[in-house]
Design a protein around this ligand. Structure first.
Ligand SMILES: [Cu+2]
Length: 378
């Protein structure tokens, strides 16, 4: 039935199109070809002008409506020390491209109306104009130079690596389909060596267990960091491209198999402080989502998160990890409660290169064991 109706509608639409064509052909004959063309020009010119007004009004209205959704505004303040510089870059770029956007659209649609074909109208032939060339080359060149230099400046500042004498925490994030494997250095403050050939079911990162720096390394399921302390993240991937993305901290870096990358940032607000900011925003301004009755409660459930920002396969969405920024004391407390992966999973198993050593220490009298083994053989 639906198919029949669809076919009938298509036939009717086709008939209407054909009939309309015939009508305009007749009208053209009655009024004359040129008069008809001028009428079409006037109509299209007026429509261009109308479109320009509606389009610019809608652009400005949507900009005002979404003003609190922009980076760095309202509930979208950055929570890291370098984040403000990036938000500022975004705002400055938007300002300049916004001016160009408005001016070029005014020119495009206003000219379509202003210079429409008229009776006796004559186009001016303009082969070359030096002043015009200078204006439209120089202005974009100056603006682009300013944006590029400012961008490069921000890039160099954000991507500056830590100096060896500086105090910082180094953690590691390895992307895999579909999870982030996180590693903390443990009490020695040093991450142990890795070798991809050593990756197995019990050794997801390919840690070299003969390297004792690995023995206190922790594999937490969430990122916990102290506020106000510099963090260097080593970023790698075990299989395909992933992207280490901490949106609230303006941290985003590709995880590339075989090519280690890094990102250095300093969290500037604890999770609790960010929640309080959201609460204030909700109380004194518009709710975050006016249509959501639970919007006013949302700030309590807020958490920072780590996401994968590179579409890496069908489980891409599940790469979310919780990020908690806490005061220093709370961080130390959390750290002291973590057990190293070696202690919990590797020690004493066949994977442990120090197995015989641990056995010798734990077992009181090895001679007795030998005797027992001989007895068993008999
Ligand atoms: Cu991914």
């Amino acid at each position: 039935m639906t198919a029949l109706l669809a076919v009938l509608s298509l036939i009717l639409i086709a008939i209407i199109v054909v009939q309309l064509g015939k009508v305009s052909e007749l009208a053209r004959k009655i009024r004359g070809e040129e008069e008809m063309q001028l009428m079409v020009n006037r109509r299209n010119g007026a429509l261009s002008l109308l479109f320009l007004i509606v389009f610019l009004a809608a652009t400005i209205a949507s900009g005002l409506y979404y003003k609190n959704w922009f980076l760095g505004f309202g509930p979208h303040a950055s929570a890291s020390q370098h984040g403000g510089a990036l938000d500022n870059m975004f705002a400055v770029t938007l300002f300049f491209t916004g001016i160009v956007f408005v001016l070029t659209h005014i020119a495009l649609f206003y000219f379509a109306w202003r210079y429409q074909g008229r009776r006796g109208g004559k186009a001016e032939f303009l082969s070359h104009n030096n002043r015009l060339e200078v204006v439209w080359t120089l202005i974009p060149a100056v603006v682009m130079t300013f944006l590029v230099i400012k961008g490069l400046d921000a890039w160099n500042e954000v991507m500056a690596d830590v100096s060896p004498e500086e105090e910082y925490i180094e953690i590691e994030a390895t992307g895999m389909q579909f999870a982030w494997l996180l590693r903390y250095p443990g009490p020695d403050g040093k991450l142990g060596a890795r070798d991809y050939k050593k990756i197995s079911a019990s050794n997801p990162l390919g840690q070299d267990w003969t390297d004792t720096k690995n023995h206190d390394d922790i594999h937490p399921t969430e990122i916990v960091l102290p506020v106000g302390k510099k963090v260097r993240v080593r970023i790698t991937s075990r299989d395909v491209l992933h992207n280490f993305y901490l949106p609230h901290f303006r941290v985003k870096m590709d995880a590339v198999p075989g090519m280690p990358t890094y990102f250095v940032f300093t969290p500037s607000k604890t999770t609790e402080e960010y929640r309080q900011e959201l609460k204030n925003y909700d109380e004194y301004n518009v709710p975050i989502d006016p249509d959501d009755p639970e919007s006013l409660l949302k700030w309590e459930a807020f958490d920072y998160e780590l996401a994968c920002a590179e579409l890496c396969g069908k489980g891409h969405f599940s790469m979310k990890r919780l990020v908690k920024i806490v005061p220093e004391a709370e961080y130390q407390d959390w750290l002291s409660k973590q057990q190293s992966y070696y202690e919990s999973t590797i020690k004493g198993t066949d994977d442990d290169p120090f197995k015989s050593e641990t056995d010798a220490i734990s077992e009181a009298a090895p001679e007795e064991v030998e005797d027992l083994q001989e007895e068993a053989a008999e």
